[in-house]
Structure formats: structure tokens, C-alpha cells
Design a protein around this ligand. Structure first.
Ligand SMILES: C[S@@+](CC[C@H](N)C(=O)[O-])C[C@H]1O[C@@H](n2cnc3c(N)ncnc32)[C@H](O)[C@@H]1O
Ligand SMILES: CC(C)=CCC/C(C)=C/COP(=O)(O)OP(=O)(O)O
Ligand SMILES: [Mg+2]
Length: 293
């Protein structure tokens, strides 16, 4: 236990304090996050995501621009695209049996975990720095009656409470830009069984551009994160026994989501940075699926 460990109200189980002051900032950030773009989309069907969408917009579903229900339809469509993103991540985990355990590193409010359990019938463990997010995810799991299989906890993804080689699949869905990639992949490599699968969907800067563009810097400042380059992902995986089986550039697939979002009432002000950096080639939306060898 570190000097910063905090004891829970009943005085028993210790909740580890943040490993660094930065992680304390990130925990506070997500404890206080309540953007309508995330809550209203989650309210559509009870799957709460903190990631972006992919796939073509179904313009027919949006109706006429003057339709009084249009805003509601846009929200439903944005949410459909975010769930489609999580589905593609899960597709890349391969065959997962019901007796397996999966780990969602940086699980947010737990939408992807619920989807993983519904698809594979297996146990899904999530870690987040935010106590509010973990409570939210566990409350949703109870409401769905799946709390024995889907559990979120407050924990640093660089030091997870899972035994070496105990996990069949693990992922980071837009959560790897908060940590050092060598430390992150060393920890995934430790918990995964040999032959296990790791998947990430992430935004990364493109080495071809030269350095992080002003748009990438703006996204970093907006979310208090540190976007890595594509090269850094591939090097850090190679150094940690994670061998890429698929590297998919999802940039063209995510642009329709951003262009639709930019027209909605739920804009947050970061839309221009994503659209501009995807278009000028300085930033890419990438899926990497790797085998633990
Ligand atoms: C953008 S959200 C993504 C949430 C989720 N993966 C999703 O797709 O909805 C980033 C998440 O990373 C988590 N995170 C950041 N740094 C972390 C760390 N060192 N350990 C655990 N979680 C971390 C945050 O608490 C937050 O839940
Ligand atoms: C692809 C990159 C660089 C992602 C950064 C991490 C991040 C904050 C993702 C979305 O979270 P969110 O769903 O809470 O954000 P928003 O409120 O913008 O929808
Ligand atoms: Mg969002």
C-alpha cells in the first residue's frame, strides 16, 4: 500500500490512491465528466460509451432537416455508430469462450464491457481511475442482472490485479493516450495467456506528418492526454511480445461520425480539431489487434 492509499468508509478494503499526480488529475477529470453528448447518447439504450463512432451515416434514418424529431434521430444515429465501433473492436478479439476472462483497460462507464459479455457470455473485468465511472458501470451491471460477470474497479491499468497469464483477451478503447505505451504493453503482456489477443482502437499522430500537428496538440489539451505516434504503438508492442495481426486505418470510417456530430446541438468544440487533423493526415484513427506470443 502506498502513502497515498485511502481507506474506504467501512475501514476495510483499501482503495489505492493515484500512482502519480497526473493520474490524480485524470481521476478528477472523469469523476466530474457529465457531457450531454455522452449521457444523452447512452440513454438511447443504456450502453454508455466514451469513444467515437465508425461507419456510414444512415441519412434516411435522420429524416428531413426540418423534422422536429431530427435532433433525437441524430443522437440515436451517433450512438449507433459508437456501438458499431465497439462491435468492431470485439470482432477482433476472435473466438472467446464463456469460461474466459476479458479485461477492459480504461473502461469508462462500461458500455464495451456489457457488449462483450452479451456477445461472449464470459466474465469481463474493467479498470478505470475514476470511482464515479466504476460506480456507474457496476450500477448498470446490477440493473442488467450481470453483476456476477461484469465488474469495474478503480485501478491503474499499469498495475492490474490479475494473475500472470490469466486473461484470454484485453483491450484499450481510446484509453492508451493516458499512459506510457511500454509500461502499458508490458502489463497487458503479463496478464494475457500465450495465444491471447490484445486489441486497441486509438487516435495516434502520423509519423509521416513529422510531429504532432496543432490539432493534435489541441486534442491533448482538451482531454489532458498525450497522444502517441503510430510508430510508438508498433515499437512498444514489438518490445512486449505482442505481434500485430491486423492494423486497420479507421480514419475514413470515423469521418462521417464527426461530420454528423458537428451538425448536432451536442457539439463540444473539439469537432474541428478531429475533422481537420484526420483530413490533413496528421492524425489517424487506428485499430491494432495483436497476439501475445
Ligand atoms: C476516453 S475514456 C474511454 C472509456 C472506455 N474505454 C470507452 O470506450 O467507453 C478513457 C478512460 O481511460 C481511463 N484511464 C486513463 N488512465 C488510466 C489508468 N492509468 N488506469 C486506468 N484507467 C485509466 C479513464 O479513467 C477513462 O475511463
Ligand atoms: C481518439 C482520442 C484521441 C481520444 C481521446 C480520449 C477520449 C477523451 C475519448 C472520448 O471520450 P468522450 O466520449 O468522453 O469524449 P466526447 O465528450 O468528446 O464525446
Ligand atoms: Mg463521447
Amino acid at each position: 500500500m502506498s502513502m497515498t492509499d485511502i481507506t474506504t468508509a467501512n475501514g476495510t478494503a483499501p482503495i489505492p490512491g493515484p500512482a502519480t499526480p497526473y493520474q490524480g488529475d485524470i481521476a478528477r477529470y472523469w469523476d466530474h465528466e457529465a457531457r450531454p453528448v455522452n449521457l444523452r447518447l447512452g440513454d438511447v439504450d443504456g450502453l454508455y460509451h466514451h469513444h467515437y463512432g465508425i461507419g456510414d451515416v444512415d441519412h434516411a434514418s435522420l429524416g428531413d432537416p426540418t423534422d422536429s424529431e431530427r435532433e433525437k434521430k441524430v443522437i440515436t444515429e451517433l450512438h449507433r455508430l459508437e456501438s458499431a465501433q465497439a462491435d468492431v473492436l470485439l470482432d477482433n478479439l476472435g473466438a472467446i469462450t464463456p469460461d474466459a476472462t476479458l479485461v477492459d483497460a480504461g473502461c469508462g462507464r462500461g458500455g464495451s464491457m456489457v457488449m462483450a459479455h452479451q456477445r461472449f457470455g464470459c466474465k469481463v473485468e474493467g479498470v478505470t481511475l475514476s470511482a464515479k465511472q466504476a460506480e456507474f458501470g457496476n450500477r448498470r451491471a446490477r440493473e442488467l442482472g450481470i453483476e456476477d460477470s461484469v465488474r469495474s474497479r478503480v485501478c491503474n491499468m499499469l498495475d492490474m490485479p490479475f494473475a500472470t497469464g490469466s486473461v484470454a483477451g484485453s483491450w484499450n478503447n481510446e484509453s492508451s493516450m493516458y499512459v506510457d505505451l511500454h509500461d502499458l504493453f508490458a502489463e497487458h503482456s503479463r496478464i494475457l495467456s500465450v495465444g491471447g489477443r490484445y486489441v486497441t482502437i486509438t487516435g495516434c499522430w502520423n509519423p509521416i506528418y513529422g510531429q504532432p500537428s496543432k490539432w493534435v496538440s489541441q486534442i491533448n489539451a482538451h482531454f489532458e492526454c498525450n497522444i502517441h505516434s503510430r510508430r510508438e504503438y508498433l515499437r512498444a508492442m514489438a518490445d512486449n511480445r505482442l505481434v500485430p495481426q491486423a492494423v486497420i486505418d479507421l480514419t475514413p470510417a470515423t469521418l462521417p461520425y464527426w461530420e454528423l456530430r458537428a451538425t448536432s446541438s451536442l457539439v463540444t468544440g473539439i469537432e474541428e480539431a478531429f475533422i481537420s487533423s484526420y483530413k490533413d493526415g496528421s492524425f489517424q484513427y487506428l485499430l491494432i489487434a495483436a497476439d501475445r506470443v
